[in-house]
Design a protein around this ligand. Structure first.
Ligand code: 5GP
Length: 186
């Protein structure tokens, strides 16, 4: 069976994490790639398990030495995937999934065109707007900022190989499984 690199992105608030968690529970031979980040560990996060936590200097050094397959700045922190780490995982025959943002995903596609990009979408922008407003936790300016960010992500998603609408969790997980299993057979 061919080992392919699967890249999953999705705008925040679409339940990407839940879809992915359920997929991994059902397909435990898949592993999530461990990214590097400059953000601080959250309680319970372990270096080398959840992320490789780097200083800004260390991260910049890796950029300067072209060590990253992709990297991006997200909410004031840097995130990146080491090329060597991915090469090793693929050489060891691991089934690997990258859960990264859309900017990073498009960089992966440029460097590794055989990578499969999958975007988890909200059922519709109207639905997402309705959900955000319904929570009544954000003010109007914040809601607008979040919706603008989602629109940019949806534009980038046009370049992805697949889009999975998360309208129903079980259905979305099943569709993701079908895409991944189908791609592994190609
Ligand atoms: P968090 O700080 O919540 O763990 O992650 C924030 C965002 O960074 C998420 O959207 C996640 O997909 C993205 N992310 C995590 N690792 C990487 C990476 O290696 N590269 C890129 N481009 N984004 C990443």
């Amino acid at each position: 069976m061919n080992k392919k690199l699967f890249v999953i992105s999705g705008s925040s608030g679409v339940g990407k994490g839940t879809v992915l968690k359920k997929f991994l529970e059902k397909n435990p031979h898949f592993m999530l790639s461990i990214s590097c980040t400059t953000r601080s560990p959250r309680p319970g996060e372990v270096d080398g398990v959840n992320y490789f936590f780097l200083t800004k200097e260390e991260f910049k050094n890796c950029i300067d030495n072209d060590k990253f397959l992709e990297w991006a700045e997200f909410a004031g922190n840097f995130y990146g995937t080491k090329q060597k780490y991915i090469n090793q995982c693929l050489a060891e025959g691991k089934d690997i999934i990258l859960e990264i943002d859309t900017q990073g995903a498009l960089q992966v596609k440029k460097r590794m065109p055989e990578a499969v990009l999958i975007f988890i979408c909200p059922p519709s922008l109207e639905e997402l707007e309705h959900r955000l407003r319904g929570r009544k936790t954000e003010d109007e300016a914040t809601i607008k900022k979040r919706l603008d960010a989602v629109k940019i992500e949806l534009e980038r998603a046009e370049k992805f190989d697949y889009r999975v609408v998360n309208d129903d969790l079980d259905r979305a997980v099943k569709e993701l499984e079908e895409i991944i299993i189908g791609e592994q057979k190609c």
